[in-house]
Design a protein around this ligand. Structure first.
Ligand code: BGC
Length: 552
């Protein structure tokens, strides 16, 4: 694939310090060919939505050939495009078109494991010793697996093959872990990075960035696992865990940074690293390693002023020690959508469905109201921010998907006790009064790969575009202001004295954000002009569960 026509994105090298990045979950964004699965053609047709929204970049979840044991996070060829999503030529066109609209393009690289259908793993199963050495095959302990490691999706992290040995898969059996002490693995991924950088891609989100290196000898984790270990992708809150956040990962990323920096425009990385503390996270962000990392403590923060302020302060002060920008994120394709978390009592830190209070306690109106306030808070904070597709429409978790349609391996691997992550992956509603809500073209042969609820009729892009009070209108206004206000984006914040339950901070020059998480309305600073508020003010006061941006 050559990209003679690639339009390079604008040439500022530190754009990532303040960018708003839109997470595009390709299989659920827009379906161009009517097979019920989102694809590149659909994305290309809908790029104007992203331009109008005002984001600076897109991160596209894995779009490589995959048997889809884990929705594309099981990659069988890192240099090609999954046929259900399109072709390499279409990918090239998409990158060029996004750049022409001023949008950077980040891809998702999956270095911890390949698919079991990857040529390397197939050769390993066929007995090729060099290929086998790229994975973690081990003899069992008696009749059992080599150690006590559990898969993140449930069950043992080991599967036995025909010759009696076992291979490690921290995730699904269709995702064998690579051995990163193998020089061929290191060289292959640097080559894959170059392959896509050469196509004009601006950077990568790194999947399971904290998992690549395993302790020598693969020692037992030890039992019992505490509750945090059992939570999906939660870091082990203990030092020297045998597979999470081992110091050896940093050498890998120093190599990757050299590759990125060999491009004059500078290519960037964002790490998905679920680690025990902000301090551990900053190790990934040293000047010769990765540029940014997702701020999961923020995603997990409770909806209360002191809890949020503590996470914000801790994030800003820790990142500042290494001159890395903070990032802020509310939702992604692995967690319950934040409308559904915020619309429940005491939802703090609970990002998987099974640990949330029951559906009967969910109040969508409350969740939506708080999500509006949360968006204004997030976009006012210093650093860069992530929007998961559908956040801008106020989508909620679809919690009543019929069991027969569930596809997340978590459902299967947990013995049908954990429904998994499909509820935040339901195809987007674009227009119309009934499914597929414009997700697929009229007369499409297939229904969307997950059924959309009838209530999506009220939150389609088309419906929200003509409603000045919609979530979409709020996101567009906020992102437009973020571009026009010199105070927003990178920089610092100064807290203002505020009543209990209220977050209020200034950004220079002349900008103030107030968020009311208290029990009653609050007065606003005198003489300030309202730029944007998440709900209308009442008698000049900011109501409960609301946020306002002010110009002083
Ligand atoms: C991705 C998940 C995926 C897992 C295994 C994660 O962190 O975000 O969606 O299941 O890695 O690749």
């Amino acid at each position: 694939m050559t990209l003679g026509s690639t339009v390079e994105a604008p040439a500022t090298t530190d754009w990532w310090r303040s960018a708003v990045v839109y997470q595009l979950y390709i299989r659920s964004f827009a379906d161009g060919d009517g097979d019920g699965v989102g694809d590149i053609a659909g994305v290309r047709a809908r790029l104007p939505h992203l331009r109008d929204l005002g984001v600076d970049a897109v991160w596209i979840n894995p779009w490589y050939p995959s048997p889809m044991a884990d929705a594309g996070y099981d990659v069988s060829d890192y240099r090609a495009i999954e046929p259900a999503f399109g072709t390499s030529a279409e990918a090239a066109a998409l990158i060029a078109e996004a750049h022409a609209l001023g949008l950077r393009v980040l891809l998702d690289i999956v270095p911890n494991h390949t698919s079991d259908q990857h040529a390397w793993f197939q050769a390993a199963l066929g007995g090729d010793a060099a290929a086998r050495a790229r994975y973690l095959f081990r003899p069992g302990r008696g009749d059992g697996p080599p150690n006590d490691w559990q898969s993140v999706f449930g069950g043992p992290a080991w599967t036995r093959v025909a010759d009696g040995s076992w291979y490690l898969h921290l995730f699904d059996p269709g995702q064998p872990d690579l051995d990163w002490t193998n020089a061929e693995v290191v060289a292959e991924f640097e080559s894959v990075l170059r392959f896509w950088f050469d196509q004009g891609v601006d950077g990568f989100r790194i999947d399971v960035a904290h998992g690549l290196v395993k302790a020598e000898g693969l020692p037992d984790v030890g039992t019992p696992l505490d509750a945090a270990d059992e939570e999906m992708l939660e870091p082990a809150h203990r030092p020297d865990h045998p597979f999470w956040d081992r110091d050896g990962v940093h050498e890998i990323y120093r190599g990757w940074r050299e590759v990125a920096d060999s491009y004059p425009e500078g290519k960037v990385f964002v790490a998905e690293a679920w680690v025990g503390s902000n301090e551990r996270l900053t190790r990934y962000l040293r000047a010769d390693e990765l540029h940014t990392a997702f701020n999961f403590p923020y995603l997990n923060a409770p909806w209360d002023a002191s809890g949020l302020r503590a996470v914000i302060d801790e994030s800003l002060s820790t990142y500042a020690t290494i001159d890395a920008p903070a990032t802020w994120v509310l939702s992604n394709h692995d967690v319950v959508r934040h409308v559904s978390r915020l619309g429940r009592p005491h939802a703090a830190g609970r990002h998987s469905l099974s640990t949330l209070p029951p559906i009967e306690t969910f109040d969508r109106e409350l969740g939506t109201r708080r999500a509006r306030a949360a968006a204004l808070l997030m976009f006012a904070l210093p650093g860069s921010a992530y929007v998961y597709q559908g956040d801008e429409l106020g989508l909620w978790e679809v919690e009543d998907l019929p069991e027969a349609v569930l596809q997340d391996p978590t459902w299967r691997r947990s013995g049908h006790t954990e429904r998994g992550r499909d509820g935040c992956r339901v195809p987007l509603p674009w227009s119309g009064a009934a499914a597929p809500f414009g997700f697929s073209p009229a007369g499409a042969a297939e229904e969307p790969w997950l059924p959309q609820p009838a209530d999506f009729a009220g939150v389609t892009v088309a419906a929200q575009e003509t409603d000045a009070g919609s979530m979409l209108a709020l996101y567009r206004a906020a992102l437009a202001l973020r571009h026009s206000q010199p105070a927003l984006g990178g920089g610092e914040l100064t807290w203002r004295p505020a009543e209990p339950g209220v977050l209020a901070f200034d950004r220079a020059p002349g900008f103030t954000c107030v968020v009311n998480l208290s029990d009653g309305p609050v007065a606003l600073p005198h003489g300030a002009r309202v730029l944007l508020s998440s709900v209308p003010l009442v008698d000049g006061r900011l109501p409960v569960d609301a946020a306002v941006w002010l110009e002083r």
